[in-house]
Design a protein around this ligand. Sequence first.
Ligand SMILES: [Zn+2]
Length: 98
Amino acid sequence: MLQRNKIMRKTAKYDYGECEICGTRMQEKLIKQDFWIRGDLIVVEDVPAGVCPRCGEKVVKADVGRLIAKLIENSERIAKSPRISVPAIKFDTEEARV
Ligand SMILES: [Zn+2]
């Protein structure tokens, strides 16, 4: 019985309410979140978040935020994680004028 309750709680959808910006109902999605830690860019994948289908505003629950904080302060976990390469573009005022 206890086991069943555990599973139920995990799959139950959290109500993120309405978007603070435009008032549209938020939908739960798995998103990528990026963090800069001591000069390194860290990407956390599959973060459950409320996403506004209209303006793209994102909201993360407080307990999810706490879990992310734990994940990204674990330098051993970071060292073991797969790497991705991302484009790095220099800011250029000439280029932006085109
Ligand atoms: Zn919105």
